[in-house]
Structure formats: structure tokens, C-alpha cells
Design a protein around this ligand. Structure first.
Ligand SMILES: *Cc1c(COP(=O)(O)O)cnc(C)c1O
Length: 396
């Protein structure tokens, strides 16, 4: 019967953010410039990927990624949330770093395969846990010139998890000694190069008590762009009238969570504005939310700007509009509320691709070998053919 029940050995309400290498495996597909096509997806029972040490991914940051989620519905079925939108955004990001497009159909096949083969890692409907899905694509063949390599790899990983930040409103501060994205730069792409440079600034902010960091536009430093890993939503209430405002900058990642919130807001009869948001407008908001797949809807307690000392306070408890948006989104994702937008995509037994040769091969090999770790080594050696040294290294 598909899907299988959630694993009973996991305490779903106590999942940390530590990597779970015990999930069943990941999906890989490669693109060869000579054929111009992505290979049929393979399910690999191993968290490791072999990449040439001189690949543009490792040397030049030729890489892009996505993050999406799966939840269980009330009957134990598994629902992906807006995978098509994530497919489109990955190809958009890939285009920034000269990686070929991943056709939506191929993205869907690979994501569904990764989830279906890890279905027992999708938490029970009643728990707050979720399956986080991480598709990534990178230039994988050895290639020193700053030109396109001959091979690219698309992989899909899954990890069980809970919402990244918890649910208490958190304080945020403006990052002022660093610009995340230049006006005509890569800020609109989910490419690795946009994230590593932010780490030391978010670390510094966290040490000063700010768990979330906000970026202003690099050119004028007067307008809101986004938080370091999530989108910005400001909410104003006047009487019964609610207005939801989001920045329309070209330098930000187009948040699918934000887009979903705006659609919900409109369905509630609220006003929605996508436009420039001056920093100075932040003092008029009643609620501010950081929104993203990992964080979900994270209420912001206050916004602080170190250079001016300005501090706009939104409160210790989650605002009513944030609660309403969050509940609707949560319930649609979990199949508890009618999905009038067509956002959720159910997994099916056929997504296991059991009759598909490439998807079966690697798993079939490993199943034949005794034990999990041995199986992993076998995968490496069979897939790549020339990895004897690595087998010992893995075993150590
Ligand atoms: C991923 C990401 C977001 C959120 O996008 P979602 O589609 O809502 O997950 C926002 N900003 C940045 C910088 C991101 O990397």
C-alpha cells in the first residue's frame, strides 16, 4: 500500500535540524552537453555525490538550489506544496549561473521519486514536522575555463524537520556593513554565492541578540528588500481594513510562501500591494512577517537599525493577521482546508518509478548487498566504477 506509514521509531515532535543521513537516499540525474538531455533519474542509497574536484560547482560557485515541503494529509496521503512553482524558480536561478534549464516535467519526476522512496520519512498528519525537499543543480565535470562544463548534475535530497525558527516573534536587525545583492546582480536567484557571504553577518547579529537579519537596497539603502533567507511582509490595519504590503524589488528571491500569503490575503478580502517599501514606512506597520519555506511565517517582534538607533516594535505575541494567514497556509499544505488554488500535488505509487530501469538499478544493486553501509559503498563503486580508495575511506 502506498504511501507507507511514518516511521514509528522517530519522535516527530523532537526533530532537530541535524542532518539525518539515515533517510533512504537521494535522486541524481545528469545533463550532458553532448546529448543536450537530462538522464533518467536514479535513486541512490547514499548521501554522498561524486563530484570532480575541479568542477565549476566547487571552484566557481556554479550552483543553484530550491527548498520545498511535503506533508501528510488527514488520510496519510502525501502532499507536495507548489512543486511546479519551485521548478520554474530553479530554472530561473540556474539561468543566472549558466546552468541549463531543468524542464518542469523532469523536476517533478525527480522530486516525486525522492519523496516517494522516502515516504516513511514524511511525518504524521498530526505532528508539526514536515519533509523538507532540497533540489540542487551544479556544474559537475572537471573544467578550469570560465565557460560551460560538459556535465551538470541535478540532485534531490529530503530531510525530515520542523519549522526552522519555532513560533515566538523574533527581533530583526538591518545589516549595514554588507550588501547582499547589487542592483543588477544575482539577488533574484537562489544561488549558493548569495548565502555564504551572509553567514558572518548573521552570526554577528545573532551574537547581539538578533535572530533575523534584514537587507535594504544596495543602491540607496532606503528601501526594504528581504530578510537573509526569507521574504518581507508588512501588514497595516485601519479599522476592519487590512493591507498587506510586499517589496517588488528585482534583487530579491521571489518567495513562493509570500505569493501564497498574498493569494490568501486577497481571498480574505484584504488589500494587497506589491511595491517599493521605504524603510521609514516600517514604523507604520502593525505586523511584520519573515516568510519562507523553511521558516514558514515567522512573526517579527521588532526591527532595529544600528546606524540610526531606530527601533520599530510590533509586539511579543503573534499578530492576528499573521495567525490567520499561517493557519490557512498550514491547513492547505496538510490537506485540511480545501485547496482552492490547486497548490498541493499528491504523491502516487507510480512516482516510485518501479518499472523504470534507471530508477531501479542503483537501489537494486544495494538491496542485493548485505547491510546499509556496505550497500552504500557498493553504490559508489558500481556507479562510478573507479573508486576503490573511497570504499575504505567510507568504511573507516
Ligand atoms: C528561499 C528564499 C526565500 C523564500 O522563498 P520561499 O519560496 O518562500 O521558500 C526568500 N528569500 C531568500 C533570500 C531565499 O533564499
Amino acid at each position: 500500500m502506498f504511501p507507507p506509514a511514518p516511521l514509528e521509531s522517530i519522535d516527530w515532535n523532537r526533530l532537530g535540524i541535524a542532518i539525518q543521513d539515515s533517510v533512504n537516499g537521494h535522486v541524481e540525474s545528469t545533463y550532458s552537453v553532448s546529448t543536450g538531455e537530462w538522464s533518467a533519474p536514479k535513486f541512490v542509497q547514499d548521501p554522498y555525490i561524486r563530484v570532480h574536484g575541479l568542477s565549476p560547482a566547487l571552484n566557481y560557485g556554479q550552483q543553484a538550489y530550491e527548498g520545498l515541503k511535503a506533508h501528510r494529509g488527514p488520510s496519510g496521503d502525501i502532499l507536495l506544496f507548489r512543486p511546479n512553482a519551485h521548478a520554474d524558480r530553479l530554472s530561473h536561478s540556474a539561468s543566472y549561473v549558466s546552468i541549463p534549464e531543468i524542464p518542469q516535467e523532469h523536476f517533478m519526476k525527480c522530486v516525486k521519486l525522492a519523496c516517494a522512496r522516502n515516504a516513511e520519512w514524511v511525518a504524521p498528519h498530526t505532528s508539526e514536522a514536515l519533509l523538507y525537499i532540497r533540489p540542487l543543480v551544479f556544474g559537475s565535470s572537471g573544467h578550469l575555463a570560465l565557460t560551460a562544463p560538459t556535465e551538470f548534475t541535478f540532485a534531490v535530497y529530503v530531510q525530515p524537520g520542523t519549522t526552522y525558527h519555532g513560533v515566538q516573534p523574533l527581533p530583526a536587525c538591518v545589516v549595514e556593513d554588507f550588501d547582499r545583492a547589487a542592483p543588477r546582480g544575482t539577488g533574484g536567484a537562489k544561488v549558493g554565492g548569495n548565502y555564504a557571504p551572509v553567514i558572518r553577518h548573521t552570526d554577528k547579529a545573532r551574537n547581539q541578540g538578533f535572530h533575523v537579519t534584514l537587507h535594504l537596497d544596495a543602491q540607496t539603502r532606503t528601501c526594504i528588500e528581504e530578510f537573509s533567507t526569507s521574504g518581507f511582509i508588512g501588514i497595516r490595519k485601519t479599522g476592519d481594513c487590512v493591507t498587506v504590503v510586499v517589496p517588488d524589488s528585482k534583487n530579491i528571491v521571489q518567495s513562493i510562501t509570500s505569493d501564497s500569503c498574498l493569494a490568501l490575503a486577497e481571498s480574505f478580502g484584504w488589500k494587497v500591494e506589491r511595491r517599493e517599501i521605504p524603510w521609514s514606512e516600517c514604523k507604520f506597520f502593525d505586523e511584520v512577517i519573515a516568510v519562507g519555506t523553511a521558516a514558514s511565517l515567522l512573526p517579527i517582534r521588532l526591527l532595529f537599525r544600528p546606524s540610526t538607533g531606530e527601533k520599530f516594535v510590533y509586539g511579543e505575541s503573534t499578530g492576528e493577521c499573521t495567525l490567520k494567514l499561517g493557519a490557512a497556509l498550514r491547513n492547505i499544505m496538510r490537506g485540511k482546508l480545501e485547496d482552492q488554488f490547486g497548490w498541493t500535488v499528491p504523491l502516487q505509487e507510480s512516482d516510485l518509478l518501479l518499472e523504470d530501469v534507471a530508477a531501479k538499478t542503483v537501489e537494486g544493486e544495494t538491496n542485493g548487498v548485505n547491510g546499509e553501509l556496505n550497500g552504500v559503498e557498493k553504490v559508489n563503486s558500481k556507479v562510478n566504477g573507479r573508486v576503490n580508495g573511497i570504499e575504505t575511506a567510507n568504511a573507516a
